[in-house]
Design a protein around this ligand. Structure first.
Ligand SMILES: NC(=O)c1ccc[n+]([C@@H]2O[C@H](COP(=O)([O-])OP(=O)(O)OC[C@H]3O[C@@H](n4cnc5c(N)ncnc54)[C@H](OP(=O)(O)O)[C@@H]3O)[C@@H](O)[C@H]2O)c1
Length: 417
């Protein structure tokens, strides 16, 4: 029984991955409904915001197959919602279905849910169980930005850079394109896809004129593209405006001058925020503004000035580095820092995952103090499942695979999926 729970939760996690690049700003959630003797009735994942959540999708599939739901179990990666958001509460749908037991991956950090979903199920006589810590951590990881936004009031910030083996992101003349190979660049697009917003500085816009969009066939939405540009120096002819998707330019100057008006005519939304001591966009209000726009994961793809400021301000949670086996010589570093770490101290960062990507390497690092632990259960009546791993049944694996239309990069640092 416990082994079945673990298997079903891992399958629900796989289903949740299919919501990457789709469900934002809602969390990526997967749900499996089945019986205690191992039959699977339905599998679902959260759809685009305003669309059905994972539980409703799984219930629909089970009903479409004519399954009797009385006495069944639902395995869901995130606590079912108990409030009316863009859709009615999933708890109500589960209660009405006659399901007898719900196994939850992790508590929802959204203050409108945060334990209320489990309490609502328990009050309706449904047995509620919680995942063990390792699965809870994987359930948290797939929604790391959603947790960050609700727990810290700001997005999870991932700083991406393509770097030569001698630590350069651009040549001395500012040219940086094609430091890494095509496969690494393609992989970078998959990481862009999972972000709610892509952030760069006007320095990169002026040097590279990037599209800064997701160029993947499976992209069903484009993240918000954000440029910090204190004095509206972004050219109205920038290629940013030629690609589909919204562009937000954030500056510190009044928005009624000629350059600001030109940018608005080009299609940009302009936002004026307070300036920092150097007259640049103050990064605290920037983070708050992005959280207010429900950005969960923020993909920072900028030059040394903005990367340095983000690192100095302690806003970066994770590095996504592509390391190329080439030597550029004189050039720019990934970040211009005001002060580095003391070498006598242990590093503040740790490598998290290393992956060869064709001829390059993908390196992921996280701050040592990044809060990654699973959030424990909140109710004294909950049970914790055993740790023993089991194989999934072939039929369920196939069903999960069929339900996954598009998978972004896997949840980080877990072997959950
Ligand atoms: N290899 C890679 O992965 C990669 C990726 C991106 C860029 N690059 C390279 O990086 C180079 C550009 O570097 P860069 O440092 O000039 O550009 P950047 O970091 O993208 O943009 C810097 C500009 O952003 C504006 N800004 C506004 N608020 C800021 C704040 N709080 N902190 C810092 N900047 C703020 C500033 O201009 P205002 O003062 O006018 O607001 C600043 O000059 C190019 O050569 C590009 O090719 C390489």
């Amino acid at each position: 029984m416990d082994q079945l729970d673990r298997t079903r939760l891992r399958e629900a996690l796989q289903a949740a991955e299919s919501a990457i690049g789709l469900s934002d700003p809602n969390p990526r959630v997967g749900c499996v409904i089945g019986s205690a003797d191992g039959a699977v009735f339905g599998i679902g994942a959260t759809q685009a915001a305003g669309g059905p959540h994972a539980e409703v999708m799984a219930l629909r599939e089970a009903r479409a197959q004519g399954r009797a739901l009385a006495g069944a179990t639902a395995w869901v990666t995130l606590e079912p919602c108990s409030h009316h958001g863009r859709t009615p509460p999933c708890c109500d749908a589960l209660v009405e279905s006659g399901i007898a037991r719900v196994v939850i991956g992790i508590r929802d950090p959204n203050p409108r849910v945060n334990g209320r979903g489990a309490a609502r199920l328990a009050a309706a006589g449904i047995e509620v169980a919680w995942a063990p810590d390792d699965i809870a951590a994987a359930c948290r990881d797939i929604n790391i930005g959603f947790f960050s936004r609700h727990e810290r009031g700001r997005p999870w910030v991932r700083m991406k850079a393509a770097i030569s083996a001698d630590g350069r992101v651009a040549r001395a003349d500012g040219s940086s394109q094609w430091i890494t190979g095509a496969a690494a660049r393609q992989d970078g697009h998959r990481w862009r896809l999972r972000a709610g917003a892509l952030l760069t500085g006007v320095g990169t816009v002026l040097a590279d004129d990037p599209l800064l969009n997701v160029r993947l066939p499976q992209a069903r939405r484009q993240p918000l593209r954000v440029v910090v540009d204190s004095a509206w120096r972004t050219p109205a002819t920038a290629r940013l405006f030629a690609a589909a998707g919204p562009v937000l330019v954030i500056g510190t100057q009044p928005v009624d001058g000629p350059s600001a008006i030109r940018l608005r005519h080009a299609g940009a939304e302009l936002l004026r925020l307070p300036a920092d001591a150097a007259g640049r966009v103050d990064l605290g209000p920037l983070m708050a503004a992005l959280a207010e726009r429900e950005v969960n994961e923020l993909h920072l793809e900028a030059g040394p000035a903005l990367n340095g400021a983000m690192l100095d301000g302690d806003w970066v949670d994770e590095w996504l580095l592509y390391l190329a086996p080439r030597l550029v010589g004189a050039g720019l570093p990934p970040a211009s820092l005001n002060s580095g770490e003391a070498l006598a101290e242990p590093p503040r960062w740790q490598w998290h995952a290393v992956e060869p990507i064709d001829g390059d390497l993908r390196l992921l690092a996280r701050r040592r103090d990044a809060h990654l632990g699973g959030v424990g259960p909140a109710y004294s009546s909950v049970q914790t499942l055993s740790e023993a791993p089991v194989e999934s049944t072939e039929a369920t694996r196939k069903s999960v695979e069929e339900s996954i239309a598009c998978s972004g990069p896997r949840g980080l640092g877990t072997d959950s999926a």
